[in-house]
Design a protein around this ligand. Structure first.
Ligand code: GLN
Length: 486
């Protein structure tokens, strides 16, 4: 048998069901793998070894005849999810030392389904970023090339899977933060429809976009994690009460029954030639199997980056207002100069450059005199992009697009150039503006040995159909056999 940490979530579930190994075996092997790889990868902000082993021992003593879906399966969660009794920082200094007294709904549901939380993973501060370099604590490295970023903001989640520290992880996707790191680290990532998974207990970034979702090595594994967490939640009024689909019994459609729309505005972007080559070959594999393509124009897509960065910054500026050293966040002040000093010093010292940039931008676009010119306009553009998205889906079954025009980049390549980083999000943001579900899948490895991903986008709340189609793509363009050598 291979090492237990090499198993996918579904394989591990089967092994546990058949009593081939114990929950403590699996948990301690994954914790061992974390210990062995962390010095190189730095995917985790806190490792919950004791709690995980304790939970595993309890599970081994349980007499379960019909184990729940994730019984005994190890997972990591991004450090924006509140976990009762464990530090939650959202990658920000201002939250260091914060220990929630409650559990995020996603975490609660994962635990109720039997999962064991191994660690909390690194992310850009308040999930603002595309490379995890904006974490206040450390830079996570891409397991495929330790000199490069893992993507972001859920870079720790993707790296924890690529490094085989865990078979499954949870992240959040406000503008691409599940799909893009999944693509850059060669794993599968699902952004569910806005409202499909509760956000209760997740540190907020931009509330009309934030959505939690799974990352894993296979489509089936993502489906299991979605099933365990999706559905109405009385604690989050934006969590939809639409019925949750049967994500377990997936069935790939016949290739000839599939028409994939190719948004021309995204496919015509300026690609790194190595990425373009992988995508062309992957498309050819689908076409050779009978999948049909249709070029579709979504004319307002070109405004996605501008609209998103206005709206998300506006929401971030209001969400982050609570970290003032009084209501929330570390209090810092060196002298007794009054309340304003306390606010200023707590925020100046507690927040990083990118968070401050967004607070200033967001406050500006919401200010009187500029609100109509920027915020309202961006909200109108968002509606047009939603309409383009729905119109495009009426002409095909799913949209297929790249995830990133370049592979994982070297550390520091763009940190002083925020507009270039924002522009790199152009492939992922349209889906968040439209609110639909998207599935990022490996499309192959480039000549440089770095993973390239692509994404399927589907109809709102029809994650089942999306996962079915994902299953077909996974069969026709299998994920890389090679593992990152660590
Ligand atoms: N890169 C985007 C941003 O910085 C998306 C981040 C996310 O999805 N959390 O806003």
């Amino acid at each position: 048998m291979s090492e237990l940490w090499e198993l996918s979530l579904a394989e591990a579930a089967q092994g546990l069901r058949e009593r081939k190994f114990k929950v403590t075996d699996l948990t301690s092997e994954c914790l061992g793998r974390i210990e062995a790889t962390e010095p190189k990868v730095e995917a985790c902000l806190s490792v919950l070894a004791d709690q995980a082993m304790e939970a595993a021992q309890l599970k081994d003593k349980e007499k379960v005849t019909d184990p729940p879906l994730l019984w005994g399966l190890p997972l990591t969660v991004k450090d924006v999810f509140c976990l009762k009794g464990s530090p939650t920082t959202a990658g920000s200094k201002i939250l260091s030392g914060y220990v929630p007294a409650f559990e995020a709904t996603v975490v609660k549901r994962l635990k109720e389904a039997g999962a064991i939380i191994l660690a909390k993973t690194n992310c850009d501060e308040f999930a603002m970023g595309s490379s995890t370099e904006f974490s206040a604590f450390k830079a996570t490295r891409n397991p495929w090339d330790l000199g490069r970023v893992p993507g972001g903001s859920s870079g720790g989640a993707a790296a924890s899977i690529a490094a085989r520290q865990t078979p499954g992880a949870f992240g959040t996707d406000t503008g691409g933060s599940i799909r893009q790191p999944a693509a850059l680290c060669g794993c599968v990532g699902l952004k569910p429809t806005y409202g499909r998974v509760s956000r209760y207990g997740i540190v907020a970034y931009a509330s009309s976009f934030d959505q939690a979702g799974p990352l894993a090595r296979t489509v089936t594994d993502c489906a299991m994690l979605l099933l365990a967490t999706a559905g109405h939640d009385g604690l989050d009024s934006t969590a939809s009460s639409k019925p949750v689909g049967d994500y377990l019994n997936l069935k790939a459609p016949k290739p000839a029954d599939l028409v994939l729309g190719l948004p021309i505005e995204l496919w015509q972007a300026d690609f790194d030639p190595k990425v373009a080559k992988v995508l062309t070959e992957a498309k050819r594999s689908l076409a050779d199997s009978g999948v049909k393509f249709k070029d579709i124009s979504l004319p307002n897509l070109k405004y996605s980056v501008a609209a998103y960065y206005i709206l998300a910054a506006a929401e971030a500026s209001t969400n982050l207002a609570r970290y003032d050293g009084v209501r929330y966040g570390q209090r810092k002040y060196s002298h007794q100069d009054g309340l304003m000093e306390l606010y200023l010093e707590s925020r100046t010292r507690g927040l990083g450059t990118e968070a401050k940039r967004r607070i200033m931008l967001g406050t500006f676009v919401l200010s009187s005199g500029y609100y109509d010119a920027y915020f309202r306009k961006a909200a109108q553009v968002r509606r047009l992009i939603q309409e383009d998205y729905l119109a495009a889906l009426s002409e095909c079954n799913f949209l297929l697009a790249p995830v990133s025009s370049i592979p994982a980049w070297p550390f520091g390549a763009f940190t002083s150039d925020p507009l270039t980083i924002y522009q790199l999000d152009m492939m992922t943001l349209p889906l968040n503006l439209a609110g639909g579900p998207g599935l990022s899948l490996p499309a192959g490895l480039g000549e440089d040995g770095l993973p390239v991903g692509w994404q399927l986008m589907g109809r709102h709340f029809d994650e089942r159909a999306l996962l079915n189609a994902g299953l077909l793509l996974e069969q026709l363009v299998p994920p890389p056999k090679k593992l990152p050598s660590l």
